[in-house]
Unconditional design. Structure first.
Lengths: 263, 434
């Protein structure tokens, strides 16, 4: 119960294939954590608590991608338990770095890592949550931005649309008054095709954006690929640039496949 | 005579809480005998070593960071040092010091998280730190502020707390100015004091009477408490160059786990992490940390894994002290990173992640592309020792009710601050009493 006697909304955090970094963002919200815990019931969050309340939950936060038969079934149960289901991070939203297996031979991959491959059960593809169940909102980032996470939780509980911009990283560079590193220094930067949210940190650290927030709303990847070629990047280099933490997002996938064909 | 005497029971924890990643525990007992222990990592395999092949060496630090959201810097540090060895890159002494500072940030963040949010609730009888905050608000608030100060170092140096973007082979993409680091000093001085208070607080917890003849393995450096450099040493005579790691350690694949288990070829299981570092490197701790350890009743060797929470707090004292030392002496390097002349090569490195040593080896071709990668995370190395602890610890609990046995088993595993996403590049608890 909260102070006005109403029942606190129940939040649950579920993990699939991931590094845990996005759910850790909730614990990294050091200034907000105890306040959040005051207005919502964090009912299921195994990384933080051994008390695990049963569903249904008002909001389910899902981290990670689907890579096993067991997880493909579990996400169906999770969806049934959650009134609103939102995905957090590049793994849940685009398949994550582990989706680099998707264009390769998975059996060969397992043989490389494990001495006894028959002990390992995994799917050929690492897929985002929305390929399995309806998703109410997808929060981008590898990792997510904790301020956007707090905004997403607040908006979802209030029943409004979260204020999460879908424009490119370039806008954030302009706001920080960064000199464009692509123009001024000829550094290959995915900023023009990548969704904002990180605060343009890579260009602020003298390096090109590596696309960890995934494709912006309407990315002109073909034009950027041409620009990369002008900067002297080879097609294999450009293909690798799009094959990062959002390699399976269709716009980035298409760009990398085109560069591969062009080789 | 308790009602559980002579009966068989199974203790199962399907989803071990307050650890990073997904693992399960299964313990089978007959009376006070343990008949089976299985520590299962069901975290899905993510196959990093496979997809690193064909990537350019410069992309490796960003990719391997994604193995773990709690210790990305550890992955970045082992990767850059291994690649620098492969390519014969020498780093500026100022870069070396900045890397120590960066690691201090991760140790402070990770240790504060584990001590107070993941481990202390076991000792104080709460399911989590948020429930604990109802009775210990000041303690949890202080822990959050400590954690935030660790994260602040990482953010100033790397742009964000999780998966920072500044680490490059040869140095950093951008190094901080003195004026960016010096504002951290005031917070760090507070943090040093809060860490000393933390040592006193956790030293007052109750510890099970449980000691084991561990083989502790850690980096050992002649002058410093180790982060990125030193020889590999143990309390049972191991003293080797990092390049000899694979001659002495073997990764085994067991059926019940998606993580490989690492053993010493000569002697089997071993322990890495704060307890190992402390026991092997006590003399290299600054006096303020040594004194805090002595005052809390710790002595070398400490063979009680439950007391690792005190050792972690002592390492917090060290990390705050070291961060202050590095910042006060900081002069920016002439260049943010060393120039690299490309040639083929193989290199390996070990660094000290908050939860123990992390081994990387890469083979790079003459175009700079990775041909082979091998990564041995701390939890893979501790996994066998964690199972052995349960074999030895559970008989002490034979007369206790199943709920209590289950909780104590979880606590025994949390002694290791297991990081399961790392281990799978692991925990459900099942305790079976028939």
């Amino acid at each position: 119960m909260n102070s006005n006697g109403r029942k606190k909304p129940k939040i649950a955090v579920f993990k699939f294939a991931s590094c845990d970094g996005c759910q850790l963002s909730l614990l990294d919200a050091e200034d907000e954590l105890l306040a959040v815990a005051g207005v919502v019931e964090i009912a299921y969050f195994p990384e933080a608590s051994r008390s695990m309340a049963k569903g249904p939950y008002d909001v389910g936060l899902v981290e990670g991608s689907i890579t096993t038969h067991h997880d493909a079934e579990r996400i169906q149960q999770v969806r049934r338990q959650c009134h609103k289901l939102v995905t957090i991070g590049a793994c849940a939203t685009a398949g994550g770095i582990q989706a680099l297996r998707n264009s390769r031979d998975i059996d060969e991959f397992i043989r490389v890592v494990y001495a006894t491959p028959q002990y390992i059960s995994t799917l050929k593809l690492s897929t985002p949550i929305a390929e399995h169940v309806p998703v109410d909102f997808e929060l981008r980032g590898c990792p997510i931005n904790k301020a956007q996470l707090i905004e997403l939780i607040s908006a979802t509980l209030a029943g409004r649309k979260p204020n999460i911009p879908t424009y490119s990283v370039c806008m954030e560079c302009k706001r920080r008054a960064n000199v464009c590193i692509a123009v001024a220094e000829g550094i290959a930067c995915l900023g023009p095709v990548t969704q904002a949210g990180c605060g343009a940190i890579c260009p602020s650290f003298n390096r090109g954006c590596y696309g960890c927030y995934g494709p912006m709303e309407s990315p002109n990847t073909a034009s950027l690929v041409e620009q990369f070629r002008i900067l002297g990047q080879s097609d294999p280099q450009i293909a690798r640039a799009f094959r990062g933490f959002n390699a399976w997002a269709w716009q980035f996938r298409k760009a990398s496949e085109e560069c591969e064909r062009h080789e | 005579m308790s009602s559980t005497a002579g009966k068989s029971r199974t203790i199962k924890v399907d989803c071990l809480a307050r650890v990073e990643g997904e693992g399960a525990l299964f313990v089978k007992m007959k009376g006070d005998r343990v008949t089976d222990v299985k520590f299962t990592i069901y975290e899905p395999p993510r196959l990093f070593e496979a997809f690193l092949r064909g990537r350019h060496f410069s992309e490796v630090p960003d990719i391997v960071a994604r193995i773990c959201g709690i210790c990305p810097i550890a992955y970045q540090m082992s990767a850059v040092h291994a690649i620098e060895r492969a390519l014969g890159v020498r780093i500026d002494p100022a870069i070396r010091m900045l890397r120590r500072l960066f690691y201090c940030g991760e140790w402070i963040e990770s240790h504060a998280l584990h001590i107070f949010m993941l481990h202390a609730p076991d000792f104080l009888g709460y399911p989590d730190a948020i429930q604990m905050a109802r009775d210990y608000r000041g303690v949890v608030e202080q822990a959050l502020r400590l954690k935030k100060i660790g994260n602040r170092i990482v953010t100033v140096m790397g742009g964000r707390e999780i998966h920072p973007v500044s680490v490059a082979v040869g140095g950093f993409y951008r190094v901080p100015a003195r004026s960016e680091l010096s504002p951290l000093l005031e917070d760090l001085k507070w943090a040093l004091d809060a860490s000393l208070q933390s040592v006193r607080l956790v030293a007052g917890f109750e510890f099970p009477d449980f000691e084991q003849p561990y083989e502790f393995v850690a980096l050992s450096h002649p002058d410093e408490y180790p982060f990125n450099e030193g020889r590999l040493a143990s309390n049972k005579g191991l003293d080797i160059d990092v390049a000899e790691y694979e001659e002495h350690f073997l990764e085994q694949h067991v059926k019940h786990s998606n993580a490989l288990q690492s053993v010493l070829r000569a002697r089997g299981s071993y322990m890495v992490g704060p307890l190992a570092r402390f026991n092997l490197n006590f003399a290299r701790l600054p006096e303020v940390a040594q004194q805090a350890a002595r005052d809390s009743g710790l002595s070398v060797p400490c063979n009680n894994p439950f007391r690792s929470i005190i050792v972690r707090a002592v390492e917090l004292v060290f990390a705050c002290w070291e961060a202050i030392r590095v910042i006060e002496a900081y002069e920016p390097p002439a260049a943010p990173r060393a120039a690299i002349s490309m040639h083929a090569g193989t290199g390996c490195a070990v660094t000290e992640a908050p939860r123990g040593l992390l081994y990387h080896r890469y083979r790079i071709d003459d175009e700079g592309l990775v041909q082979f990668a091998k990564i041995v995370p701390p939890t893979s190395q501790n996994q066998k020792r964690m199972e052995e602890d349960l074999w030895q610890f559970v008989p002490q609990l034979a007369t206790r009710p199943t709920d209590e046995v289950t909780w104590k088993c979880e606590q025994a595993l949390r002694n290791y601050d297991p990081c399961i996403s790392c281990a799978t590049h692991f925990l459900r608890v099942h305790i079976e009493r028939e």
